[in-house]
Design a protein around this ligand. Sequence first.
Ligand code: XIL
Length: 371
Amino acid sequence: MTSTLMWSRRGWLGLALGAAASGCVTAPGASGAASLDSLAKAKGMRFGAAVGRIDLDNAHYLEIVRRECGVVVAENDHKWPIIHPAPGVYNFAPGDRLVDWAERHNIRPRGHNLLWNHPRWIAPWVANYDFGADPRAGAEALLREHITTICTHYGARIHSWDVINESIDEHTGEMRDTVFTRAMGPQVLDFCFHTARDAAPQAMLVYNDYMNWTADSANHRDGVLKLLHGFKDRGVPVDALGLQSHITADPNTDYAAEEAAWRAFLDEVAGMGYQLLVTEFDVNDNNLPSDPATRDRAVADYAKRYLDLTLSYTQVKEVLTWGIEDGRSWLNNFRPRPDGLAKRPLPYDAAYQPKPLREAIADAFRAAPAR
Ligand code: XIL
């Protein structure tokens, strides 16, 4: 495991008005009384969040997730380095803990991910694995075992899988060069989707990536479109595109240009017949001033623009945030603010108080068309 991998790793809690786990809440200052999941459901969607291992020991975190969410996803515990830490060794306990917890609370778990086809994130033992005299056959055997073992373990308990994560290079728009593409060529993705369909016939199969609406993401968007067209042409069983949606609030945004680019992208994806999911939403506030109230307002306004446009596509079926409260955001480690202040990218703050971003998400569900 490389050093960049960090695998280890009641203020306001609302007045529950409804008895159900996804029931209604009243948030002081909030304009409505419904949970994010119930607002999503009213439009034929679901709302959820990523949950990390340490969150399962945090009653405050779990209470918010129980109240707001109809879907959860493991932040790390279904990823290869954790679930398959050595050849032939599977470690299901951490991922099972979240799935068991979700089921006890009537929340649907989704799976992330079967293959993160990105050199930085492939488990070191896999990156150095000897595929033998016939590398294609060796790589296929390893992938088949990995995907089939995990999908069989969970069966119908996981309703959708990110089969492939981040396989397109954001700069070139080409397939990333990994131990698997070297052994199998770009067909590695087709192979994984076919294998996942066989092993998890009931699950929605998703290609998940972080292309977004900014001008510097044009090659990434084009590369993903090319990939999706190829899947269609070859009859590869891919049901949906996961829009990670790690967006960065920028005071100088040219909304007209970004919205036009995003519309063109989503039109083309929808035109091919794919469903859409917002899988990892959060709002990077690096370009915003330090004052928390100013930042929170700008984050919420930027998010609302992005979500209004994205959720206007009735192909979007789920919206998940990458964590629920600021203190646990991966962005604090991966993209620290230049001024060193803690970031505020999520719907709740580190003291478990709802922020304007929570209301922006709620308003976006209210404004979205039914599906
Ligand atoms: C991140 C986790 O949040 C971190 O804890 C971990 O160290 C690295 O991965 N895109 C993805 C997610 O698809 O899996 C990443 O999660 C965030 C970016």
